[in-house]
Design a protein around this ligand. Structure first.
Ligand code: NAD
Length: 481
């Protein structure tokens, strides 16, 4: 007998609201409804913003002793760790994540809160002597109410990336999770309360992007928007924020390249490169969806890459052995399949994968076998647009110049990798590649301690590292005569 499906009302200032509508949250692995959630409309967003603005003006949070604010963040990290098993299970069922990956992301979120707990009292201002007498002081102040808009691919982790530095700086925050994946963010709000955060400092309002999301961006009392999502929506958010001269950071899509030179350590490179594109079933803004391989090793690379891809276990997210889970929704899978067939129509060759498993249990979910394409032309849609699914294009290049030109030949500039033993070449390429984050002889894009974000159509602003503190604060210069 299936249990009762839980319902999550909206909680604003400790009060429960029915919201504008009710949304069914579905497990992407089997299509079953796992919860229903109240969705905020403009009215509920207004209420949440008014409450958060009042809390900000009330000084309770921003003027709390830094050590006390840090302790709230530390206790939240601790509560996340205590509930890690439940949170990982929830994230896995809601986003279709393999359970091992979900556990790692929950721990990553806990680490993020701990990191910014340690940073609360280390974002120092400056003092100076601008003239022959008097003193200048530059203070870092919180901005106010921050609207944090989150996508569905790393729901809990990205929520933590935004909340932790914003809260550390003394802002009050309103999180708008993606429609499909609100459950762990809702749980975070409960954990924050248990960790001793004052009411109204962290509010989570599930809602549709074109309703709750837009209302949040347009509300004049929201002073900063931090958006992660698609480039198309990001441009809309940027335009709306510009109308009110609102601060905004945009973490958008990617079409990252993986450059493999003939002198690379192929054993390490192939194992790592397979994960660099297929991790999270390719639903990763940093996915290295364009593999560029130096001609002398192209055939060997392709054969070994295909063989290693075949070893990936596409399976039910709850199984410990699963490497790739389902895509988020049936319509998203259909979009990804559309990319593959358009690429084939344009002349690309599908080496393997791209099939939808028909048999139960995978047949009940949004699964798709990882696809490898060759012979795509750099101008093809598949080489230019973000697919956001388990699809890679592999292309040969002849020399460093061609590699660089191919790598930079997209509108995006988020991430990328470089595999070579030649460190003179590394130095030339790291500065030539148009990307906000790069990894050399590695596929790792994100480190808590380092700023993360893109250039070109991958957006602007940075998450993580100490840069994120600057993104959630503003300076005030005071001259003491
Ligand atoms: P999306 O743009 O459809 O939605 C992102 C969020 O914005 C959701 O919460 C959505 O409800 C909200 N939204 C939609 N329309 C809105 C509007 N008009 N105003 C305000 N909010 C609105 O993206 P998605 O499909 O949820 O996520 C996938 C995208 O996110 C991919 O393009 C991926 O590359 C990108 N992404 C980027 C990063 C990064 O750090 N650069 C990280 C993860 C995902």
């Amino acid at each position: 007998m299936p249990g009762k499906i839980p319902h999550h009302p909206l909680t604003i200032a400790g009060e429960a609201y029915a919201g504008q509508s009710r949304y069914e949250v579905v497990n992407p692995a089997d299509g079953r409804v796992i919860a229903t959630v109240a969705m905020a409309g403009k009215q509920e967003v207004t209420l949440a913003v008014q409450n958060a603005a009042e809390r900000f003006r009330g000084y309770l949070w921003r003027s709390m002793r830094p050590q006390d604010r840090a302790n709230c963040l530390l206790r939240l990290a601790q509560r996340i760790r205590e509930e890690a098993g439940e949170l990982a299970d929830l994230e896995s069922r809601n986003a279709g994540k393999p359970i091992r990956a979900a556990r790692a992301e929950i721990e990553g979120a806990a680490r993020c809160f701990s990191y910014y707990a340690g940073a609360v009292d280390k974002h120092f201002g400056q003092t100076m002597m601008p003239g022959s007498r008097g003193r200048g002081a530059v203070y870092h102040e919180p901005i106010g109410v921050c609207g944090l808009i989150v996508p569905w691919n790393f729901p809990f982790l990205i929520t933590a990336w935004k909340c932790a530095p914003a809260l550390a700086m003394g802002n009050t925050v309103i999180v708008k999770p993606a429609e499909a994946t609100p459950l762990t963010a809702l749980r975070l709000a409960e954990l924050a309360q248990e960790a001793g955060f004052p009411d109204g400092v962290l509010t989570v309002i599930p809602g549709h992007g074109d309703q709750a999301g837009e209302a949040l961006v347009e509300h004049p009392s929201v002073r900063k928007i931090s958006f992660t999502g698609s480039t198309e929506t990001g441009k809309r958010v940027g335009r709306a924020a510009a109308d009110q001269l609102k601060r905004v950071s945009l973490e958008l899509g990617g079409k990252s390249a993986n450059l493999v030179f003939a002198d690379a350590d192929l054993d390490e490179c192939i194992d790592s490169s397979v994960w660099s594109v297929f991790d999270n079933s390719g639903q990763d803004c940093c996915s290295r969806s364009r593999m560029l391989v130096e001609r002398p090793i192209y055939d060997a690379f392709l054969t070994r890459f295909a063989a290693r891809t075949n070893q990936l276990v596409v399976g039910l997210p709850r199984e410990e052995t699963t490497d790739l889970g389902p895509l988020i929704t049936p319509s998203h899978r259909a979009r990804v399949c559309g990319f593959i067939s358009t690429a084939q129509d344009q002349g690309a060759h599908l080496v393997q994968g791209g099939e939808i498993p028909a048999e139960a249990p995978l047949g009940d979910g949004n699964f798709l076998l990882p696809a490898i394409l060759v012979n795509a032309h750099p101008s093809h849609k598949i080489m230019q647009e973000e697919v956001f699914g388990p699809v890679v294009c592999i292309l040969p290049f002849s020399d460093e110049e061609e590699a660089l030109s191919l790598a930079n030949d997209t509108a995006y500039g988020l991430s990328g990798s470089l595999w070579t033993r030649d460190y003179d070449r590394v130095q030339r390429l790291v500065h030539g590649l148009e990307a906000g984050c790069l990894s050399v002889n590695s596929s790792s894009s994100v480190h808590q301690e380092m700023p993360f974000g893109g250039v070109k159509h991958s957006g602007y602003g940075r998450e993580l590292g100490m840069d994120a503190l600057a993104a959630y604060s503003q300076t005030k210069s005071v001259f003491y005569g």
